[in-house]
Design a protein around this ligand. Structure first.
Ligand code: CO8
Length: 258
């Protein structure tokens, strides 16, 4: 993780956790194409690094990200965005196999809210504000918000956010089930959670992520079958033998991710 970036910061709070911080403070971390190219590279590197078990994505105190960069978008024409498939590579996050935890403080608006929704777990600080204000710009969400919000908070609430552009507080997002929880030390808690996840067998963690995400795509019967087959498959791993033996022998499991 030694690559130098202009729009993000990368670090390792500990050897098993990658921390990526969006870093365009003057623009409230507005998401631009150059920022996404860097973010995609940092995410792919962390995903490929065998020592890393989980990734934390955060912004600043004031903004996780205040949306796609409106100044970059404002003069684009249909022919540009269609021909160049604008935003198509902004969703790389959802192809990662390792879990990503969003630690959200301040504004998570438009593409910022959608980026948080692409993560596997969202932790929010009490200052977090979520919203899809694209309607005020004459457009609609373009990074998955209209779809992922329906799954996360239901149609009526998703429709309200998309059609009014209203911002909701961390507390409301919590009540609506959009975030895992609200916590004062959001980054610290996210790193702690990522460290905890990294201490599990990574094959089981990746399988857990895969089966939960399958619920978005499959019918209940297909999802249950996929979960059971994946569960069966884990009996081929050393981590299953170690985890269950350790329980029986009343000791802590030493997973080898194999
Ligand atoms: N794009 C570009 N610049 C921005 C953005 C943005 N989204 N948000 C803030 N900035 C800039 C401001 O222009 C300002 O720059 P400058 O100092 O040069 O004038 C600086 O950040 C600080 O912003 P403000 O002065 O406005 O700060 P305030 O504290 O007064 O207000 C707000 C904060 C309420 C967050 C306000 O900045 C705001 O409303 N921002 C725009 C929010 C928005 O509409 N977001 C949706 C954008 S459209 C979108 O996201 C489409 C999604 C596409 C898919 C993405 C896939 C992941």
């Amino acid at each position: 993780m030694s690559t130098q970036y202009e729009h993000i910061l990368t670090s390792r709070p500990n050897p098993s956790v990658a921390l990526i911080t969006l870093n365009r403070p003057k623009a409230l971390n507005a998401l631009s194409t150059p920022l996404f190219l860097e973010l995609n590279k940092a995410l792919a590197d962390a995903d490929a690094d065998q020592a890393i078990g989980a990734i934390v994505l955060t912004g600043s105190e004031k903004a996780f990200a205040a949306g796609a960069d409106i100044k970059e978008m404002k003069d684009k024409e249909f022919s540009d965005v269609y021909k160049n498939n604008f935003l198509a590579n902004w969703g790389e996050m959802s192809r990662l196999r390792k879990p990503v935890i969003a630690a959200v403080s301040g504004y998570a608006l438009g593409g910022g809210c959608e980026l948080a929704l692409m993560c596997d777990i969202i932790l929010a600080s009490p200052t977090a504000k979520f919203g899809q204000p694209e309607i005020n710009l004459g457009v609609i969400p373009g990074g998955g918000g209209s779809q992922r919000l329906v799954h996360a908070i239901g149609k009526s609430r998703a429709m309200e956010l998309v059609l009014t552009g209203r911002m909701i507080s961390a507390q409301e997002a919590d009540q609506w089930g959009m975030v895992s929880r609200v916590t004062d030390n959001v980054l610290e808690e996210a790193i702690k959670m990522a460290t905890d996840i990294s201490s599990k067998g990574q094959i089981a963690v990746q399988a857990g992520k895969e089966v939960v995400n399958a619920a978005y795509e499959l019918t209940l019967a297909e999802g249950l079958r996929f979960e059971r087959r994946t569960f069966h498959g884990l009996f081929a791993t050393k981590d299953q033998k170690e985890g269950m033996s350790a329980f029986a022998e009343k000791r802590k499991a030493e997973f080898t991710h194999s």
